[in-house]
Design a protein around this ligand. Structure first.
Ligand SMILES: Cc1cc2nc3c(=O)[nH]c(=O)nc-3n(C[C@H](O)[C@H](O)[C@H](O)COP(=O)(O)OP(=O)(O)OC[C@H]3O[C@@H](n4cnc5c(N)ncnc54)[C@H](O)[C@@H]3O)c2cc1C
Length: 243
């Protein structure tokens, strides 16, 4: 095994993988129909959910939220720590497990914004607009970030080599470091997350999320929409408000 320090690497993307799911439009329908059909609502499992598009739309429009909770999706997400810090504010209907900086040596993978990431912020809090950065601003940003990342990771390794505990040494690592986690949710908690962490013209209540958590949200939404297309369409139709 080599004693050479690991060289930092830099990424501009985030990844989201749906690792496990039990989630379908029919789950919404049978759980809603118990209201009127009792145990016979299970028969709805065999029916074509297309026939129940109207029921799903009604539930979404009138914000009958609980039928959207009888399903589960687990995502494996790799993103910078500053994204997870925002992510973990979502408490209701979410379970998280993240890699540990106490039990393992953290890999030197760091976030740098891509060339199309808007760099310049104008306006006031709550009303910010973001504009393209100049090539010079991009060079400054990438240069500053990479230099800071290299320095902090070298100091981290210096402490580990001196026998300092990982949980102490990690204090020098920045929030641009990549981490990974499992996040499990249901369609209702996911819709609440998407309503806050995506920016869309058709949102009844607009939100202004940081671009990097929106990149995660977009990938989650795409994968969820394939599992529950009628629920996703109703979410879109009714202004992207979680029921
Ligand atoms: C654009 C944007 C900017 C933000 N800026 C900041 C910031 O500057 N500083 C900051 O600290 N946070 C900030 N946040 C985080 C924000 O305050 C919320 O913590 C985050 O969006 C999670 O929302 P939530 O509490 O609705 O979600 P969840 O925790 O998932 O809760 C879902 C819903 O459950 C109900 N609920 C959950 N817990 C309680 C409770 N204890 N009491 C009553 N009802 C409850 C509420 O109806 C809530 O909407 C920001 C979020 C966004 C989207």
């Amino acid at each position: 095994m080599s004693d050479e320090p690991t060289a930092p690497s830099f990424r501009s993307d985030v990844t989201v993988e749906l690792v496990r799911s039990a989630a379908a439009d029919s789950d919404v329908i049978w759980s809603a129909r118990v209201s009127t059909a009792g145990e016979q609502s299970l028969e709805a499992l065999q029916q074509d959910p297309e026939k129940s598009r109207g029921l799903i739309n009604f539930l979404m429009r009138d914000r009958h939220g609980t039928p959207f909770e009888h399903n589960s999706m687990t995502f494996f997400i790799s993103a910078p720590i500053f994204v997870f810090r925002e992510f973990h504010r979502h408490r209701s209907g979410w379970s998280y497990n993240e890699e540990s900086g106490r039990y393992r040596e953290l890999e030197p993978v760091f976030y740098v914004p891509s060339e199309d990431r808007k760099l310049v912020q104008q306006g006031r809090p709550g009303k910010y607009e973001f504009h393209e950065g100049t090539p010079e601003q991009h060079r400054t940003t990438t240069g500053a970030m990479e230099a800071a990342y290299r320095e902090s990771y070298a100091r981290y390794q210096e402490m580990l080599a001196a026998g300092v505990a990982r949980e102490v040494a990690r204090a020098v690592l920045p929030v641009g470091l990549f981490s990974s986690m499992y996040a499990t949710c249901n369609a209702r908690s996911l819709m609440h997350f998407l309503s806050l962490r995506t920016r869309r013209e058709n949102s009844a209540v607009p939100s202004f999320p940081q671009r990097e958590i929106e990149m995660v949200a977009e990938q989650m939404e795409e994968q969820w929409a394939q599992l529950m297309p009628l629920t996703h369409a109703a979410f879109e139709k009714h202004g992207r408000v979680a029921p």
